[in-house]
Design a protein around this ligand. Structure first.
Ligand SMILES: CC(C)(COP(=O)(O)OP(=O)(O)OC[C@H]1O[C@@H](n2cnc3c(N)ncnc32)[C@H](O)[C@@H]1OP(=O)(O)O)[C@@H](O)C(=O)NCCC(=O)NCCS
Length: 344
């Protein structure tokens, strides 16, 4: 019998009329649960190993609550609540961090990221897209797109409005978890699976994709694309862009170090080290030819953006007279505005 697991979580979710999962909410996902907890759960559910999403009845939830009483009070209390559910329940057990094989598993891994139990790139998300159904996220919860028209009519006939908030594979993170110490001005801009570190502010123009995020503290007014991780004390200016790797051929994984400033409407197609600044409006790609300047602003040599990937203390700017992209030593690395960050 398996006694150590990668992760376990008990969830309540939504299924379509065919009984396929549309989404799962895990209130308290666990990473590396105790062997004692795993043993008790295995006994109740007859689990013998592997990665499994086991549909459980209210009765089984009550039994699990009982079995975990002396082992994990928080999980036991959660299961007591789940035992009263009118919605479908699931116990998801992951023996190992393997490629995904079910919708409840995919949702568990997105929860692990947003609960800050794993960092971006810290969990295997292979195969995620086909396992996340495209769903209408409404004020009445998740609805299968094939069932939406009927539900809209039903609502209208009762004099109600079924509001469709988005149509997407990923829901808003904040509908599943709001991690401590963050501000998110527009919750629609942060997807489940984002990792939003303590002390992060995401302003209305900011966006954070899944498997991406911030170490915190930080100010995000630009796009943090899938796979991008931003170090502490960094500021992404209004409307700026970090290049993603999901589409369009970019294959360098982008990251932003600590204490960086990406100016308004600027962008990066290379990873930045610590204390780097990119001038407002300048997009530095891997192939951009960059003139390296010394302290007296004399040309040292011309390199490509990718040659500077991950290096610290750089200031990138476009010379406003010649149009050439230049790189100098960054002497005035930013400090985040304390007054803006002290109140999360
Ligand atoms: C690139 C940047 C950091 C430079 O700012 P700075 O370090 O304060 O530099 P300064 O503006 O004081 O300029 C220093 C010198 O370089 C010159 N200079 C600045 N940018 C230049 C450019 N693009 N081309 C040519 N010269 C430039 C200045 O004219 C000044 O010249 P001087 O020494 O003759 O007076 C700044 O222009 C910038 O883009 N900041 C981003 C701010 C931002 O977008 N924040 C997010 C808000 S949402």
């Amino acid at each position: 019998m398996t006694t150590s697991l990668f992760s376990i979580a008990f969830g309540v979710g939504t299924q379509n009329r065919q009984g396929n999962w549309l989404e799962v909410f895990y209130a308290r996902p666990l990473l590396a649960p105790s062997t004692e907890l795993v043993a008790k759960v295995s006994e109740v559910l007859g689990y013998t190993g592997g990665n499994q999403a086991i549909a459980i009845s209210n009765n089984q939830a009550a039994k699990l609550a009982d079995a975990l009483k002396g082992v994990d009070a928080a999980q036991s209390a959660l299961l007591t609540r789940l035992a009263e559910s009118h919605r479908p329940l699931v116990a998801t057990l992951l023996a190992e961090d393997a490629a995904l094989s079910s919708t409840p598993e995919a949702y568990l891994k997105l929860h692990l990221l947003s609960h800050r139990l794993v960092k971006p790139h810290g969990v295997n998300l292979t195969g995620i897209f086909p396992l996340l159904p495209n769903v209408a996220w409404t004020n009445q919860g998740a609805i299968d797109l094939a069932e939406l028209a009927e539900r809209q009519l039903e609502a209208r006939l009762k004099g109600e409005l079924l509001e469709v908030i988005s149509v997407d594979k990923f829901p808003k993170m904040a509908d599943y978890v709001v991690p401590s110490g963050v501000r998110i001005a527009d919750t629609a801009r942060v997807r489940l699976g984002a990792y939003i570190g303590e002390g992060t502010t995401v302003m209305h123009e900011g966006f954070v994709n899944f498997n991406a995020g911030t170490e915190g503290p930080g100010m995000i007014e630009g796009r943090v694309s899938a796979g991008v991780f931003v170090g502490k004390g960094s500021d992404l200016g209004g409307g700026c862009s970090t290049m993603g790797t999901l589409s369009g051929g970019g294959n360098i994984v982008i990251s932003v170090g600590e204490g960086c400033l990406i100016g308004a409407n600027a962008g990066i197609g290379i990873p930045l080290g610590d204390r780097c600044t990119v001038e407002a409006g300048l997009y530095v790609t891997a192939g951009t030819k960059v003139a390296l300047l010394d302290d007296q602003s004399n040309l040292v040599k011309v390199v490509k953006g990718r040659d500077l990937a991950g290096q610290s203390d750089l200031l990138f700017r476009r010379n406003s007279q010649t149009g050439a992209v230049e790189c100098k030593t960054n002497r005035t690395a930013i400090e985040l505005n304390e007054a803006l960050h002290a109140h999360n």
